[in-house]
Write a protein that binds this ligand. Sequence first.
Ligand SMILES: [Zn+2]
Length: 308
Amino acid sequence: MSKIRTVLGDIEPTMLGVTYMHEHLITHPPASLLDRDLAMESRAAAARELSHFHLAGGRSLVEMTPRDYGRDPLALREIGAATGVHILCTTGWLKDKLCRPWVAERTVADLADEMIREITVGIDETGVRAGVVKAASSLNTITPAEEKVFRAAARAHLATGALISTHTEMGTMALEQVELLRSEGVAPERILVGHLDHKPDLEYWRAVAQTGANLGIDQIGKEKYLPDSRRIELILAMVAEGYAAQLCLAGDLARTSYWPSYGTGGGPGLTYILWRFLPWLRERGLDPQTVEAMLVATPARLLQLERA
Ligand SMILES: [Zn+2]
């Protein structure tokens, strides 16, 4: 019996509704990063932003903050209960710069055991269970620490069926990530490769899609990296080639300045995709059923735990 594991417990896939596949609600990044805009520490701001998301039609989101970036499962549970938005949290790790101190001395088996425990039993003593597995690589390389995390993520996936959702640095190493996971027995259909809109190259996106993996177009609204008009062109081209069911949308709004709810001066916020980006996509000719499928059917398919 497949189910979806939120911070408040399991739900049926049909209850998921409109879902963003890669966001952040509460983060406590290490002080070494120095940039305080990255520290999203207000539960009140998160609840406010999520209530706007709900008003815009949003029902669920995947909170991709892992332990090495200051994951806060109890805060997520409180915010989920307060707003009624389904929140999934993640086990796993970020790129080398962040994960190395935590994973360098550990074995793949030990890392996998922790991931499986966080999905099936709970995170530390909180009782909150993770619903997805995160692994990450660095710019143009997968370091030894990262490779261990990928191999552990594969084992955790094989034990639980949880989706593996990755971080790529500027979109690089997507094919290598899929290949590494595949070498450990993971079906590419159970992988979501993140941040591909940092590498806005149709040929590259097609190559990733041809493996069977899913593509995270998850920097929507960050026009300093890429104009959304270009994201839309690429999405339309991928849909025309038959890859609509492999595209996952999100904003990855991991700065206080990206949320109006922090009062730091604007930002797209969690309503941007629903209120601005989707109407724009429809105006450019994408049919409403395809738009709906990207936000509802695809997340419901990917987030099902097959074996836990
Ligand atoms: Zn992220």
